[in-house]
Design a protein around this ligand. Structure first.
Ligand code: AMP
Length: 587
């Protein structure tokens, strides 16, 4: 398939607001695509050249792209800048110039998807001295060989501006549609995706072998497995009723780290060790934890995947350090400094894979035994610590263990069904969190993970930040509906971080994922659904304005959750449940 043919699909996808229509357009595209190109297509559709979890970047900003466009069409940078200023989008600007300058270049319509994809991969590989010029050269050459419509979409890919309004989940629907003409295969596809979230690999296997191809998609060390998530239940009695015998562990307030380790024997005494880590939103975080390169010393295994929570520990007092300080490692240059200041402990609570065997369907009771055989804790305690736990069927014991954790300064307890498999990505009732923060979060049984949808320009004190308040929403399928505006209870420090995050994700038009925002709530600036914030409030009240059906009373920003993806935000169903649990038919 040529890139020009693909661009006609891009255009159709861009024009349709309906998710069902998008699914059908994608299914048509996948049916047309060849076996060797469908995987690449799946990445390109989302402006990437690899699965989500590969830390691959184009390193192409507006400035560089302007130069590439100018070079491709033999015009001054100023001409491109002017078109960009007028049209507000470099893709449209390049298309416009390409149309005007078409007489001086060959109207290429024959570049294949494969060819464009390969060139983009090459661009991601360019680094070091002279790489800027190399990128301009490569981009200009490609631009010069594409027709005007292709140029519009091509330009947006390395700029991370393709934004067609769907994620891997809609692609799964479309793959089901391709196979069965409906969404009946979606659940099965998602199950496999949760174990190996590589949409390109999945699509290729299906195209080759039909639904049977799914049995070829397996967990491997080096590719993340979706993290198991916690459900909420209000009381310990309900937990025992629903789950039977349970393990209860402390809830550590740190960052989730999935640790992948493999030891490759080369010759007799020489071995190579590989360590990678992933966050709960599938980001490759290996660079954040350089100390883990030594993790092999504590492991009885050739290859292993561990699930853990990393928490800072004060070396002098042995006390755990709260999340905010642990997370200073988010910035690369801080890592070396904080390595010394805040040594981390990795509280390991699960093992998902060991020595060639996937343990996902093995019951937790068995996995715990394997975990205990795998980690060598040593006398003085290394960086890996097996998370302590108790096993019980008594609600009273859950409550007392929870209280002990709170006294130790932990966030609460996590209660896990003792004989359950590991459920990647699911919010089933295998794991339930027990957080009691009366007073701190009011009548709400928990905080809410919401997605920032847009902001309103500021007045008064906050005008300095240019933001007066922002609009947040909760998940409804793949879309988002509003739940509250937040303008107070935000520290200056937080406004600064928000401003930086907002400037990267602002959008001139309302993103497709927000189909139902009422006029009176429309923000001044829309924000792409990328930023997750944790909010607390006094309670939930019924609302006819907000799409969630309820609103948060006295909302406060707790923190920006860089470790969560919008797909992991709180859903409308969960909000409705929280509303019922606060015991109120208030208002
Ligand atoms: P929440 O983010 O409030 O839904 O709580 C779930 C998170 O708690 C997980 O994603 C982990 O990062 C964290 N966590 C802390 N301690 C544990 C534990 N013992 N077992 C599982 N998750 C834990």
């Amino acid at each position: 398939m040529t890139f020009a043919e693909l661009s006609i699909f891009f255009q159709k996808l861009e024009a349709t607001p309906s998710r069902n229509a998008m699914t059908e357009i994608l299914a048509e595209l996948f049916t047309k695509a060849g076996r060797e190109e469908i995987g690449k297509l799946c990445y390109l559709l989302q402006g990437r050249v690899a699965p989500l979890y590969e830390p691959i970047e184009f390193g192409v900003g507006d400035k560089l792209m302007i130069r590439a466009i100018a070079k491709a069409y033999g015009v001054e940078d100023e001409i491109v800048k002017r078109a960009f200023g007028k049209l507000g989008d470099l893709g449209a600007a390049a298309e416009h110039i390409s149309n005007q300058e078409s007489r001086i270049r060959n109207q290429g319509k024959n570049r294949t998807i494969d060819n464009v994809y390969q060139r983009l991969v090459e661009i991601t590989g360019m680094g070091g001295e002279g790489s800027q010029e190399g990128k301009i050269e490569a981009l200009a050459e490609l631009l010069g060989s594409l027709d005007a419509l292709s140029v519009r979409y091509f330009v947006r890919i390395p700029l991370d501006k393709l934004r067609l309004g769907f994620s891997d989940m809609t692609i799964l629907d479309a793959l089901s549609w391709m196979l069965a003409g409906d969404k009946t295969q979606r659940e099965r596809l998602e199950e496999v995706y949760n174990i190996r979230p590589d949409i390109g690999l999945l699509a290729t296997q299906i195209k080759e072998r039909g639904i049977a191809g799914l049995s070829h998609v397996k967990a491997v060390v080096g590719a993340p497995i979706l993290a198991s998530l916690c459900q909420r239940l209000p009381t310990a009695d309900e937990m025992i009723k629903k789950m039977g015998e349970v393990a209860v562990e402390g809830k550590y307030d740190g960052v989730r780290v999935q640790i992948h380790y493999s030891k490759i024997a080369r010759e007799q005494n020489s071995k190579i060790e590989r360590v990678k880590t992933f966050s709960r939103n599938l980001e490759n975080t290996t660079e954040m934890f350089p100390e883990l390169q030594e993790v092999g010393k504590q492991l009885n295994a050739h290859d292993v995947i561990l699930d853990s929570e990393a928490v800072g520990m004060d070396p002098a007092t042995g006390k755990l350090i709260p999340f905010q300080e642990t997370s200073t490692r988010k910035r690369k240059h801080d890592i070396q400094a904080s390595l010394l200041k805040v040594p981390l402990k990795f509280f390991v609570f699960d093992i998902l894979y060991k020595d060639g065997k996937d343990l996902l369907s093995t019951p937790l009771s068995e996995r715990r035994k394997i975990l205990e055989e795998t980690i060598k804790e040593g006398d003085r305690g290394g960086m890996l610590v097996i998370a302590p736990q108790i096993v019980t069927d008594s609600p009273e014991r859950i409550r007392s263990y929870h209280d002990e954790q709170i006294k130790k300064g932990l966030e609460g307890a996590v209660v896990k069904k003792w004989h359950s498999p590991y459920e990647p990505g699911r919010r089933g009732y295998s794991w339930v969190k027990f957080k009691e923060e009366e007073g701190k979060i009011g009548k709400l049984t928990d905080t809410i993970d919401a997605v920032v949808m847009g902001y309103y320009r500021g007045e008064g004190k906050r005008a300095g930040f240019g933001i007066g308040a922002f609009l947040v929403g909760v998940r409804k399928g793949e879309d988002f509906v509003t739940i509250t505006k937040i303008g107070t209870g935000v520290t200056d420090e937080m406004w600064k971080s928000l401003k930086t995050a907002f400037s990267r994700q602002s959008s001139g038009i309302r993103p497709k994922q927000y189909p139902e925002v009422p006029k009176m709530l429309e923000p001044d600036v829309w924000i792409e659904p990328k930023i997750v914030v944790e909010i607390a409030g006094d309670d939930l009240t019924k609302s006819s304005t907000h799409g969630a059906g309820v609103a948060v009373r006295f909302p406060r920003l707790v923190r920006i959750r860089t470790d969560k993806s919008p797909a992991q935000a709180t859903s409308v169903e969960e909000i409705k449940k929280m509303y019922r649990e606060q015991g109120g038919n208030r208002n």
